[in-house]
Design a protein. Structure first.
Length: 348
């Protein structure tokens, strides 16, 4: 028969998984490998009555490939049934608006990743936090790490849409003359920004501005839009766009690291931070601000036990946000309270 034969004995418990619904798994294995796969209907004399013979026939390289595919399916089935000794697990939390890109139509993406990495991937919604949780089960760390890498790669490439409400009297300043402000923001972040036309009967009404792109780019664009809107509200005369070449009056936002993903179990700690927190997240930095500026300013405030500063960048440009790790909770709390609401220019 042209080269090789491989025989596997599969328990009845897992045989259905190998065959798949309507034979879809067997057809996929045959199509991708180029081998023929036959499943015996009855056990041979003297063989385990609770198992069936799966025979793979074809050129040697095709047989080996098909055999590997069958073994991958069997490993996934064993993981699902809890039959793997000392399994490895990893958990990824993804914003719900990215879940569709990771799952694919009918879960095709996660199924494909599971097959290629010999892992089993389960998903669950956490609606109260707006997250989709992906749990990866594998027989070894390498398989789980590869599945996690592929999932995160899909998340990075996914496109999301977020909407921000812009008061009608601030739309012109946001767009700029001839759309120059929006065009510049789109070029800088890589997002597509759509400002709808005003309705004829509501020319001065608020507009729902849509921002579409990769999640990190969308967050960067939204931050810039919020900064500009906040700057206009701070103008003494209350109206008109700020000069196109003048600085926006920005303030800093500071919070404990990842606070948005924690359950609000201890609201009494919300202002002071958790007793063990030693990291803060700073958002709204001036684009010219560098790590040394942050370090010197924190030292001047009295938070001198800075262990690490990570200024976030994308394509070499500052994302105007940073993570700072301190040696103590006291310094983290001091930084939060002294920096929060301070002018961004104070760090320069």
């Amino acid at each position: 028969e042209g080269g090789g034969v491989a025989v596997l004995h599969v328990s009845l418990k897992h045989l259905g998984v190998v065959i798949g619904r309507g034979g879809e798994n067997l057809r996929r294995i045959c199509k991708e490998s180029g081998a023929r796969v036959d499943v015996s209907k009855e056990p041979k004399a003297g063989e385990d009555p609770e198992a069936r013979e799966v025979r793979v026939i074809g050129p040697k390289e095709c047989v080996e490939y098909a055999r590997g595919m069958v073994e991958e399916v069997l490993q996934t089935a064993a993981l699902m049934d809890g039959e793997v000794e000392d399994p490895v697990t990893a958990v990824i939390e993804i914003p719900e608006d990215l879940a569709g890109a990771l799952l694919g139509k009918g879960g095709d993406h996660t199924k494909q990743i599971g097959r290629s990495t010999r892992t089993w991937i389960r998903t669950a919604k956490e609606e109260d936090r707006g997250l989709r949780v992906f749990t990866i089960h594998g027989a070894n760390q390498d398989d789980v790490d590869e599945a996690e890498r592929q999932l995160r790669e899909l998340a990075d490439e996914a496109s999301v849409t977020k909407v921000i409400t812009v008061p009608g009297d601030q739309v012109a300043g946001l767009v700029g003359r001839g759309g120059e402000h929006i065009k510049a923001l789109q070029a800088r972040t890589g997002c597509h920004i759509r400002v709808p036309m005003a309705k004829a009967d509501d020319a001065g009404g608020a507009r729902q501005v849509s921002v579409v792109g990769r999640l990190d780019a969308v967050e960067e664009a939204l931050l810039s839009i919020r900064d500009q809107l906040a700057g206009r509200r701070q103008e003494p005369n209350g109206g008109g766009a700020p000069p196109s070449d003048g600085p926006v009056q920005e303030t800093l936002f500071v919070d404990e690291l990842d606070l948005g993903f924690r359950r609000d179990l201890w609201p009494q700690f919300e202002d002071a931070g958790f007793a063990g927190d030693s990291e803060v997240f700073i958002q709204g930095l001036d684009a010219k601000c560098v790590e040394q500026d942050i370090y010197e300013h924190l030292c001047a405030l009295g938070a001198k036990d800075v262990l690490e500063i990570l200024l976030l960048r994308r394509l070499g440009r500052s994302k105007r946000a940073a993570y700072v790790m301190f040696g103590s909770h006291a310094s983290a709390a001091l930084a939060k309270h002294r920096l929060g609401g301070a002018p961004a220019a104070s760090l320069l």
